[in-house]
Design a protein around this ligand. Structure first.
Ligand code: ADP
Ligand code: MG
Length: 848
C-alpha cells in the first residue's frame, strides 16, 4: 500500500486543524493504519514544527524505534540519521538536521530533567500508549507539566491502537480525540483441542507443528509469536527442519538481532514467509502480507523481583487484550486465521489486560530521574496512575541508601547525578561508578550481569557434583560472586555444553544468558568512557563496589556458632548454608528471599554473599557511619554503665561497655525506667508518700478553683527521674529521701492550702488528734479507737465544711468495728448492742 492510501490520511485534515487549534491530541487507529510512520511526517509537512523544530516520537521498543526511523527515512528519500533519526540505549543516529527523532525508554525523560525548556523540540508523540510503559506514563506527565509552565507552544500527541481514551482524555483535558476505524478483515480463531504442558512438549515444537498443519490450507505469510530470543531461535530451527514448510523462508525478529537481520525479516520475498517474533510485532510493527498468526500466548514481562530488589524479565501468559491484538495481525489485507497454542477453556483464565508497568516495576530509576529534574515531592507528581506508596517509599529509601538522595526532602546528590549517566537500575549505576574509581569496571559489569540473570549455579547438588565443582572452581571465602564468575567462565569456555555444565551443577541455559547481559553492561560503561579493559583484578576493589551497590543489604553475623544475621533496617536473616562466606563478621547479601516454612513462619535467607570490612563502610558511606557514646543499664550490678557503639545507619556493628561515666541524663532515664517498671524499689516511697499524692490529687478534684494540679503518672516518672538525677546505681537511690522532691513540686502557697483544706490529721472536740486516710474514690476516712471518741458526737467534715468525712470506729486492738457518718447516731443505735461483748473481751479498758 502506498503511504498516501493508508487509512490515517482520512484524519490528516483533522490532525492538522486540531494541532493548530490546541496542543493536545489523542489519535486512535488500528495497527497498520499509518500512525507511527505518517503522523510525524504530517507535522513536518504542514509546518507544525516551525522552521527548524523537531518532533520526538517515544516508542516502547528499541527494535520498533529503529525500524520506524529507517522506514520513514526511506519514504522521505533521506539518509537515516540526517532528517530522520533514532536514539536508543546503546545506539544513536541523529544529527543537527534531525527533524523526526524516534527514541525509547528514559532518553526523553532525561532530556526533560536537564533542559525543562526542551529547546528545539516542537512536538512530542507518545506512541503505543496502550502498552502503558513506565517511561510513557512519566514522560507524558512531565510533558504536560512543561507545556503548562515553560512551553505552552509544545504540541503533544498520544497515539494508540486500542486505547480506552476516557481516562486519558480527562487527564489531558482540554484535549481532542480523533478516531479512525481503519480497515480490517475477519480473523478465524482456532484453539488447541486440549491444553499442552510446554515443559513436556516445548512451545517451539507445538508452534512448528501448527505451522505445518495450516500451511497447505492457507495463502499468505505467517507470523509466529514467541516470548524471547531463545524460544525464537528454537522455533526457527524447528520450522526449517519441517518438510511441509520447505517452500517457506523463515526469519527471526527480536531486539537482540543485528540490524541487518532485523531488516531482512521485514523485507519482501517472492516465497511465502514465516516470521517468528516477540511481541514487537503485536502492535509496534506491521509486517505486510500476513494472513496467519500462530500465537504461543507468552511474553517476557518486566516485573519487580523482591528477592533481588531489581526488575527482572519473567515469561508470563499474555492477557486477553494482547491475544486479540495479535490475532488482528492476520486480518490486515485479507481474511485470516489465528491459531492460539492453548485450549479454549484456558482462555477465560487469562487476565483481561496487562497491569500498567507503574504498578509492577521498581521505580527507583525514574524517581532518580524525576529528582534530577527538581521534582522532590514524587508522591504529589501528577501521575497518570499513581504507584502505591510502598513502591515509592521503597524507591526513595533505596536511592538514599545508595547515596543518590539526601536530606529531609530527599533531594538528589552529586553521586545521584553521576549515577544518571548510566541508563541502568540505580544499583548497577552505583556499582559502575564505584568501579570507575577503583579501576575494576570489567568484573563489576560481569557481577551486575550475574545478579540480573537467572541463578545458574544449582543449589543442593549431590556430593559428587559438589566435589567436582570444588576441584574445577576451587574454594571461595571472599565473595560468592567470585565463585559464580569462575563458574560462568567455565561454562563459557565449554560453550555451554550441557554435559560439561551438568557435571558441575551448572544450568547451561541460565549461564548462557549472562553473556549478552555482560556485553550490554560493558557497552554502557564504554559509552560513558569507562576503562573496560581486561586487567588483573583486585578482589578488595571489586568487593567494595558490591558494597556500594548493596549497602541496603548489609548484614552482621550475630554469633560464630550459627548463621543468623542482623541487617540494616531492622531485619534479621540466616546466611545460606552453601555460602562460602562464613568466616566474615560483616557481609552484604545480593539476594534476600523470604521462605515460608512448614510452621507458617517466614524465614529470611541471605544468598550471594560478599565479605565486607568495617573500614570500607566509613570510606564509602562516611555520612552513615557513626560512633556514638551512650548508656545502658546493667541488671547484674544494678548500675548504669557507659557504652560506646559503632553504627552503620541503624545497625549496631559493635557495642562496648566502658569505664567512663555514663551521661547523667541518660543514666537518670534508665534508672527511672527500672523504677517505674517495678524492678527497682525506692524504699522511702512509702504509704505516707502515696497519701500525700492522694491529697494533692483530691485537692485538684474537689477544689479546682484553688489551682492545685494533680500528679499524673507522667509526673510520677518525672519526679522519679528528679530523684535519680545525678546517680548511676541503685545503691545511691534506694534510700534517698523522696518527700523533699515531692514537696518541691508545689509552691509554698499550694502546700499551705492543702494543709488547710485536706489536713493529715483532724483535731476533735475533745482535743485529740485523729488520722485521716484519703482514697482515690469516696470520702476521706477518720479512724479512731472507741475510747478516743468518748464524749464526741455528730458529723465531721474538712475543706471548710465542704468535704464530709466518714468515721471508722476501731476496737482497742485497732480492728474496725463500725463505719458511720454520724457519731451521735452510733452511740444511740449501734453502741449499746456491741458494748457487752466488747467489755467482756477487753475488761481492762474503760466502757462508758
Ligand atoms: P501504525 O503505527 O498505525 O500501526 P505504521 O505507521 O507503523 O502503522 O505502518 C503503516 C504501514 O506502513 C504498514 O501497514 C505497512 O504497510 C507500512 N510499513 C511500516 N513500516 C514498514 C517497514 N519497516 N517496512 C515495510 N513496510 C512498512
Ligand atoms: Mg505504530
Amino acid at each position: 500500500m502506498a503511504p498516501r492510501e493508508l487509512p490515517i490520511y482520512e484524519l490528516e485534515d483533522a490532525v492538522v486543524a486540531s494541532q493548530r487549534a490546541q496542543g493536545r491530541l489523542i489519535v486512535q487507529a488500528p495497527t497498520g493504519s499509518g500512525k507511527s510512520t505518517q503522523i510525524p511526517q504530517m507535522l513536518l509537512k504542514h509546518g507544525l514544527l516551525g522552521a527548524k523544530g523537531e518532533v520526538v516520537v517515544l516508542q516502547p521498543r528499541r527494535l520498533a524505534a529503529r525500524l520506524l526511523a529507517k522506514r520513514v527515512a526511506e519514504e522521505m528519500g533521506v539518509t537515516l540519521g540526517e532528517e530522520v533519526g533514532y536514539q536508543i540505549r546503546l545506539e544513536s543516529r541523529v544529527s543537527e538536521r534531525t527533524r523526526i527523532r524516534f527514541v525509547t525508554e528514559g532518553i526523553l525523560l532525561r532530556q526533560m530533567s536537564f533542559d525543562a525548556g526542551l529547546r528545539g523540540m516542537a512536538a512530542i508523540v507518545f506512541d503505543e500508549f496502550h502498552e502503558r510503559h513506565l517511561y510513557g506514563d512519566i514522560s507524558l506527565a512531565r510533558a504536560v507539566q512543561i507545556q503548562r509552565t515553560t512551553r505552552p507552544d509544545l504540541k503533544l500527541i498520544v497515539m494508540s491502537a486500542t486505547l480506552d481514551a476516557g481516562a486519558l482524555k480527562a487527564y489531558l483535558a482540554p484535549c481532542e480525540v480523533l478516531v479512525s476505524q481503519g480497515r480490517s478483515f475477519p480473523v478465524r480463531i482456532q484453539y488447541l483441542p486440549k491444553p499442552v504442558n510446554f515443559e513436556n512438549d516445548p512451545v517451539w515444537d507445538v508452534a512448528a507443528r501448527e505451522c505445518e498443519r495450516v500451511a497447505m490450507a492457507s495463502h499468505g505469510d505467517m507470523l509466529v509469536f514467541m516470548p524471547g530470543a531463545y524460544e525464537i531461535g528454537r522455533t526457527v530451527q524447528a520450522i526449517q527442519s519441517a518438510r511441509a514448510l520447505r517452500d517457506f523462508v523463515c526469519f527471526p525478529l527480536h531486539g537482540e538481532l543485528p540490524p541487518e537481520q532485523q531488516d531482512r525479516a521485514v523485507a519482501r520475498y517472492d516465497a511465502r514467509k514465516i516470521i517468528v517474533a516477540t511481541n514487537v510485532a503485536e502492535t509496534s510493527l506491521t509486517i505486510d502480507g500476513v494472513t496467519t498468526v500462530i500465537d504461543g500466548g507468552l511474553a517476557r514481562m518486566a516485573r519487580f523481583d523482591p528477592h533481588r530488589g531489581i526488575n527482572t524479565l519473567l515469561i508470563e501468559k499474555i492477557s486477553v487484550a494482547s491475544a486479540d491484538q495479535r490475532a488482528g495481525r492476520a486480518g490486515r489485507t485479507a481474511p485470516g486465521v489465528c491459531v492460539r497454542l492453548w485450549a479454549e477453556r484456558e482462555h477465560a483464565n487469562r487476565a483481561p489486560q496487562e497491569l500498567p508497568e507503574v504498578k509492577r516495576l521498581d521505580l527507583s530509576e525514574i524517581v532518580l530521574t524525576l529528582k534530577a529534574g527538581g521534582i522532590d515531592d514524587v508522591a504529589n507528581f501528577p501521575w497518570l496512575e499513581k504507584p502505591d506508596a510502598v513502591g515509592l517509599g521503597r524507591a526513595e529509601n533505596l536511592l538514599a541508601d545508595l547515596g543518590a538522595l539526601a536530606g529531609e526532602k530527599k533531594s538528589i546528590t552529586e553521586t545521584g547525578r553521576k549515577m544518571l549517566r548510566f541508563p541502568v537500575h540505580p544499583r548497577y549505576a552505583r556499582m559502575l561508578l564505584a568501579a570507575e574509581d577503583r579501576g575494576c569496571v570489567r568484573p563489576v559489569a560481569l557481577m551486575a550481569a550475574l545478579t540480573q540473570g537467572r541463578n545458574f549455579l544449582l543449589r543442593g547438588v549431590p556430593r559428587e557434583v559438589e566435589k567436582a565443582r570444588e576441584d574445577a572452581l576451587g574454594e571461595e571465602h571472599e565473595s560468592d560472586f567470585f565463585l559464580l564468575m569462575r563458574a560462568w567462565r567455565y561454562a563459557d569456555q565449554a560453550s555451554y555444553a550441557i554435559e560439561a555444565c551438568r557435571r558441575l551443577g551448572i544450568h547451561a541455559q541460565g549461564a548462557r544468558q549472562v553473556g549478552p547481559l555482560f556485553e550490554q553492561f560493558l557497552a554502557i560503561a564504554k559509552k560513558e568512557g569507562l576503562d573496560t579493559a581486561e586487567r588483573r583484578t583486585d578482589g578488595t576493589a571489586v568487593r567494595k563496589c558490591v558494597l556500594a551497590g548493596f549497602s541496603d543489604q548489609l548484614a552482621r553475623r550475630l554469633d560464630a556458632g550459627t548463621l543468623r544475621c542482623e541487617l540494616v533496617h531492622n531485619r534479621r536473616g540466616v546466611l545460606a548454608r552453601e555460602s562460602g562466606i562464613q568466616q566474615a563478621k560483616l557481609l552484604v547479601a545480593a539476594e534476600i528471599s523470604e521462605i515460608g516454612r512448614g510452621d507458617g513462619e517466614v524465614s529470611t535467607l541471605l544468598t550471594l554473599a560478599t565479605a565486607i570490612e568495617e573500614a570500607w563502610l566509613r570510606e564509602i558511606f562516611p555520612d552513615d557511619y557513626r560512633e556514638v557514646r551512650g548508656a545502658t543499664y546493667d541488671e547484674a550490678i544494678k548500675r548504669v554503665v557507659s557504652r560506646r557503639e559503632r553504627r552503620f545507619r541503624d545497625l549496631v556493628l559493635e557495642a562496648k561497655v566502658s569505664s567512663d561515666e555514663a551521661p547523667l541524663n541518660e543514666a537518670a532515664a534508665l534508672l527511672t525506667r527500672e523504677v517505674v517498671a517495678g524492678r527497682l524499689k525506692l524504699e522511702t516511697w512509702d504509704d505516707a508518700v502515696e497519701q500525700w499524692i492522694l491529697r494533692v490529687n483530691r485537692m485538684a478534684e474537689w477544689f479546682p478553683e484553688l489551682e492545685v494540679n494533680p500528679i499524673t503518672d507522667a509526673d510520677r516518672a518525672t519526679l522519679i527521674e528528679q530523684i535519680c538525677y545525678g546517680e548511676l546505681g541503685y545503691r545511691a537511690i534506694k534510700d534517698k529521701p523522696v518527700m523533699p522532691v515531692l514537696r518541691d513540686w508545689l509552691t509554698a502557697e499550694q502546700l499551705a492550702v492543702i494543709d488547710d483544706y485536706l489536713p493529715e490529721r483532724l483535731v476533735m472536740d475533745n482535743g485529740r488528734k485523729a488520722r485521716l486516710t484519703y482514697n482515690k474514690e469516696g470520702p476521706p476516712v477518720l479512724s479512731a479507737r472507741i475510747q478516743e471518741l468518748f464524749g464526741i458526737g455528730g458529723r465531721f467534715s474538712i475543706g471548710h465544711g465542704r468535704v464530709p468525712v466518714k468515721i471508722e470506729v476501731l476496737a482497742p486492738n485497732h480492728r474496725p468495728i463500725q463505719v458511720t457518718d454520724d457519731l451521735t447516731n452510733f452511740w444511740r443505735e449501734q453502741y449499746p448492742r456491741i458494748k457487752p461483748e466488747l467489755a467482756r473481751r477487753y475488761p481492762r479498758h474503760e466502757w462508758r
